[in-house]
Each structure stands twice: as structure tokens, then as C-alpha cells.
Ligand binder design. Structure first.
Ligand code: G6P
Length: 366
């Protein structure tokens, strides 16, 4: 077991550090000479036919689905619905032969996701799996499968599978936009080259973990906290919060930044940690004013934003800067410090990081 950790103390930290490589391999699998190709899983006829996309998953894969919805809306202007798999199968969904139904599952074995897939398939939808495990049950059941190239993910808390799932959605959004004539060739080239810059930009965060270790040291004695963000940063907040709960047992909740004041702000006390994700440029000003509201009530503000974001630095107690990139892709940079924060907090608390209590890597019961 030690050998496969490649010198890292835990699988989770090894897998966090593998993300530049796994994202690059996921890009390489789908991009050839700068051209994105999903024609093996989705024909032009199918693309012309569907009028709705359903994205269905559980846990972290569901959060990747939320990121997918945002990319499909922003880049391709395609309408989609994201649902929790255990709800989807019982909700009498509006799904038919004009629906493209995408099922996201790292393991490809999650029973709720599999059952939802069967439901959509039986109602005539075209089904597409996004999974990390070749030959898994979900990949066999779906009409077609897109594989993430994350390699085996051992730690219970998902990291590299998540970022490769998000990468697939971003590529798919660009591909569909181009097919539907919504992006010029030049714009596609620009977006693809921007995606290729992500691995190096992630490395900058991985090379500077000291600040994150300091924040973890502050977090370890806390019993509750919040994660907030606007737009797609809210999906990142959900995933950051889930990571914290899974491996540190600290109760955290994620909110759209503007929603916290509608009730839950009553829980803020002096020293309550609030992790703010501030990557959406057009919403930054609003997020800063939310930070001020929270600070006025004593919250301890930990912000993840672009390195150059002076406004955020000024109002934060702790600031974790990431590299600059288009807003829609910035989610892949912002999640890295959140994964690291959970990891270091878990280690500080002496928790079994790779095998936290009550959790299984894949859940094959309902
Ligand atoms: C379990 C794991 C989660 C995971 C979820 C979905 O609950 O503990 O980390 O996100 O299943 O797993 P999947 O393999 O379908 O992505």
C-alpha cells in the first residue's frame, strides 16, 4: 500500500497532486490537433434531436453535474436540469426520446445513479455515462460512455475524479456550442487553449500550501462553518463544504452568497469560519458586500479568489490567491485549495483521511 502512495502519506493528497496530470490526460483523450471530438459517443443527428439535457448523479459527481449545467448554459446556451439520482427515479421526470440524459459516476457502480439511468432509458432518452471505471455497470448500461482519465481513485473523498468530470463537461459544452453554430472556430481555439493552461495553473496552488496549512490549523478546532459563492462559485462552495464534512466531521453548509442573510446568518458568531469563493468577476462586488455583512457579525473570512483581487484581500482575514483564467473555467482552480484545506484539517485532527467514518467509496444499496 505504501508503494502505491508514491511517497505521499495518504491517497487523498497523492490524488490531489495528480490533478494536473489527470486533467491533461482527460483533455488529450478528447482533443486532437486542437479539435474536440465526441463523435464516438454522440452523433450529429442525436445532437440535432435533443431539446433538453438531464444530468443525474450523487454526491461529488452531482456537484460536477452542477458545474456542467453552468458550462452548458454559459458556453452553449443549452438548457439542462441537474438532479440527485435518488430523487430522479421517483420524480416522474419529463424525459423522453428528445432528452439527452447524462449520468455521472466516478465508480460507475452507484445504485441510485444506475436505477435513474434505467428509468431514463426506458422512457426513450439517449443515455450517456461519464465515469472513471472502464467496464463498470453504468458504462455497460448506458448507450455510450465518456471516460474520465483520472486513473484509480482510492481515497473515499473524491478529488481528481471530480475535476476530470468537470473538464469533460467543459469540453462537451464547447463541442456542442460549436456543433450548434454558437461559437466561432477562433473562439473554440481560444477556449481549448485556455483549458490546456489549467494543469500549470493548478501546480501554482500545489506548490504553495503553507497558507492553506495555516488556515487548516485555525479550522481544526471549529465545530461549524459556511461556504458561500455566487453563480457557479456556489457549486464549488457545495463541493468544498462536502469535502470538509466528509473528512473532518466539521459541520459546514454552503449557500449562494446572497442567500445566507435570509435566515442562516443568525448562526454567525464571532470566529465562525466562512469560506468565500470569489471567482465570478461580474458578481465580485456583490460578494464583497456579503463579506462585509458577515464580518460585521464577527465571521472569520477565508477567501479564495484571483491572486490579483485587491478588493477581496482587503476584506478577508485569510486570503488564498489562485491564477487568472476565464470565469467559467476558474472553478477548476478554486476547488484545489478547498480540497487541500479539508485534507490538512483532517490530518490536524488525526482523522483517517482516506477512510472516514460511515462512508464507502461506492454505494451499491439504495
Ligand atoms: C459515495 C461516495 C461519494 C461519491 C458518491 C457518488 O457516497 O462516498 O464520495 O461522490 O458515492 O459516487 P460515484 O462513484 O457514483 O461518483
Amino acid at each position: 500500500e505504501q508503494a502505491t502512495k508514491a511517497g505521499f502519506p495518504h491517497f487523498m493528497i497523492k490524488e490531489i497532486f495528480e490533478q494536473p496530470k489527470s486533467i491533461e490526460e482527460t483533455l488529450n483523450r478528447r482533443v486532437h490537433n486542437g479539435i474536440i471530438d465526441f463523435s464516438d459517443v454522440l452523433s450529429d443527428d442525436e445532437i440535432n434531436k435533443f431539446d433538453m439535457i438531464h444530468i443525474v448523479a450523487c454526491g461529488t459527481a452531482y456537484h460536477a453535474g452542477l458545474q456542467g449545467q453552468y458550462a452548458l448554459r454559459e458556453i452553449s446556451r443549452i438548457n439542462s436540469l441537474v438532479e440527485i439520482a435518488s430523487e430522479y427515479r421517483y420524480m416522474n421526470p419529463f424525459v423522453n426520446e428528445n432528452t439527452l440524459a447524462i449520468f455521472v459516476s466516478q465508480s460507475g457502480e452507484t445504485l441510485d445513479t444506475l436505477a435513474a439511468l434505467k428509468e431514463a432509458k426506458s422512457r426513450g432518452a439517449k443515455t450517456l455515462a461519464i465515469t472513471n471505471v472502464v467496464g463498470s455497470t453504468i458504462s455497460r448500461e448506458a448507450h455510450n460512455t465518456i471516460y474520465t482519465m483520472a486513473g484509480p481513485e482510492i481515497a473515499v473523498a473524491s478529488t481528481k475524479a471530480y475535476t476530470t468530470q468537470v473538464t469533460i463537461f467543459q469540453l462537451l459544452a464547447i463541442y456542442l456550442a460549436e456543433k450548434k453554430g454558437k461559437l466561432t472556430k477562433e473562439k473554440v481555439e481560444k477556449l481549448v487553449s485556455s483549458l490546456y493552461s489549467i494543469p500549470e495553473k493548478i501546480k501554482t496552488t500545489l506548490d504553495n500550501t503553507e497558507i492553506i496549512k495555516n488556515v487548516a490549523n485555525f479550522m481544526k478546532d471549529k465545530h461549524n462553518g459556511f461556504y458561500i459563492g455566487r453563480g457557479v462559485d456556489f457549486a464549488t462552495a457545495l463541493e468544498g463544504s462536502l469535502k470538509m464534512k466528509e473528512i473532518t466531521y466539521i459541520h459546514t453548509e454552503a449557500f449562494p452568497a446572497g442567500e445566507l442573510k435570509h435566515g442562516s446568518i443568525a448562526l454567525i458568531e464571532p470566529g465562525t469560519p466562512v469560506v468565500v469563493i470569489g471567482m465570478q468577476s461580474n458578481l465580485l462586488e456583490k460578494t464583497i458586500s456579503n463579506i462585509k455583512e458577515l464580518k460585521a457579525r464577527g465571521a472569520h473570512i477565508i477567501t479564495v479568489a484571483r491572486k490579483s483581487c485587491e478588493e477581496a484581500i482587503d476584506v478577508s482575514d485569510e486570503f488564498i490567491g489562485v491564477e487568472d483564467i476565464e470565469d467559467v473555467f476558474s472553478v477548476l482552480l478554486a476547488i484545489i485549495p478547498l480540497q487541500l484545506l479539508s485534507y490538512f484539517t483532517s490530518v490536524d485532527k488525526g482523522i483517517d483521511v482516506d477512510k472516514p467514518r460511515n462512508l464507502a467509496k461506492s454505494v451499491t444499496v439504495e
